[in-house]
Design a protein around this ligand. Structure first.
Ligand SMILES: NC(=O)c1ccc[n+]([C@@H]2O[C@H](COP(=O)([O-])OP(=O)(O)OC[C@H]3O[C@@H](n4cnc5c(N)ncnc54)[C@H](OP(=O)(O)O)[C@@H]3O)[C@@H](O)[C@H]2O)c1
Length: 284
């Protein structure tokens, strides 16, 4: 099965189905004062040069340091060659004004005049009325502060309700999905997204780098034992990308991991292997 590498967006731009994940780049919640900034920048640039054009941006990570590293990484690239998806932690906000402030901060910190997508990070309880949030996001699109609206961790009902409040269409829903976690498949959110032309973006495809470890129910290792032409990471990515309506995040600051992971586009799982991986249902 030939896996297509890019989606064509409504505005004609190409979006790589493997995006540049950033969790841990510059630090986790707090800035890592021992972080290898030079390496992180160099690996982000390398991924961009390989055509991975979507970058996960989260202002609350590493005390803002991650965004600084992203800004440096993109500075010599043409604006059309990268797609910035920027997370809004609305669950931490008290008023709608903070939404606009966060968008402005992204624009300023990343040194761009427009974001590509603004993303509601989580649908958990917020002080902000969802109707007002939808209005503010639509206004941001109207005012050309962003091209698209996206969400993360929304289930079917939350998507349905939020889409009804928005004038613009939700571009994608980012969810945890992998060989080892099929919760959003079971609760039919993935089916709902497909029926409504909302892309699904999978995160934690590698089980935080532990997809090749032997533990009960890990079919990736079973497949790998019989097929050493692929690595566990390639099996994990290929399984997700076989679904032609899905994108995924790939986070790595290790050059050989990056090359290995990009290689997942070109390998092929046998039907028997896909079937075996489909049986795994172990929520990590
Ligand atoms: N919206 C949300 O709520 C949410 C939540 C979690 C994650 N995300 C996004 O999704 C991205 C991916 O998720 P994740 O980082 O949590 O987990 P992941 O993709 O499952 O795993 C990332 C880890 O795997 C390692 N790795 C990468 N390639 C490898 C390979 N070929 N072999 C062995 N190890 C490998 C990386 O280390 P090296 O850097 O050393 O390669 C990194 O530590 C995040 O970075 C973030 O952008 C979003």
């Amino acid at each position: 099965m030939k896996i297509i590498k890019y989606f064509k967006l409504p505005d004609g731009r190409k979006l790589c189905r493997m995006g540049i994940g950033t969790w841990g780049i510059g630090g986790y919640f707090m800035k890592n004062k021992y972080n290898d900034d030079e390496n992180d920048i160099s690996q982000i640039r390398y991924q961009l040069s390989k055509g991975l054009n979507m970058i996960d941006c989260w202002n609350n990570q590493a005390d803002g340091h991650t965004l600084q590293l992203i800004r440096k990484s993109i500075e010599n690239f043409d604006r059309k060659d990268y797609f910035l998806i920027c997370k809004l932690d609305v669950h931490k906000m008290q008023s709608i004004k903070e939404v606009r402030t966060a968008i402005d901060e992204y624009l300023e910190t990343l040194n761009v005049t427009k974001l590509d997508a603004i993303q509601v990070h989580t649908p958990s309880i917020t002080e902000i009325d969802m109707k007002n949030l939808a209005k503010e996001l639509d206004l941001a699109i109207k005012n050309e502060l962003s091209d698209y609206i996206a969400v993360a961790n929304f289930n079917k009902d939350q998507l349905n309700e939020f889409q009804k409040l928005l004038k613009n269409k939700i571009l994608l829903n980012e969810i945890q999905y992998s060989v080892l976690n099929k919760e959003y498949q079971k609760n039919v959110t993935i089916d709902f997204c497909k029926q409504n032309n909302i892309y699904v973006m999978a995160y934690r495809v590698l089980n935080r780098g532990y997809c090749g470890e032997s533990f009960e129910g890990n079919k990736i290792v079973e497949v790998w034992k019989d097929n050493k032409n692929l690595t566990p990471a390639q099996i994990a990515f290929n399984y997700v990308l076989r679904d032609q309506e899905m994108l995924c995040w790939m986070k790595s600051v290790n050059r050989s991991h990056i090359n290995e992971n990009i290689g997942a586009f070109d390998v092929e799982l046998k039907e028997k292997e896909v079937e075996m991986l489909g049986q795994t249902d172990k929520k990590i």
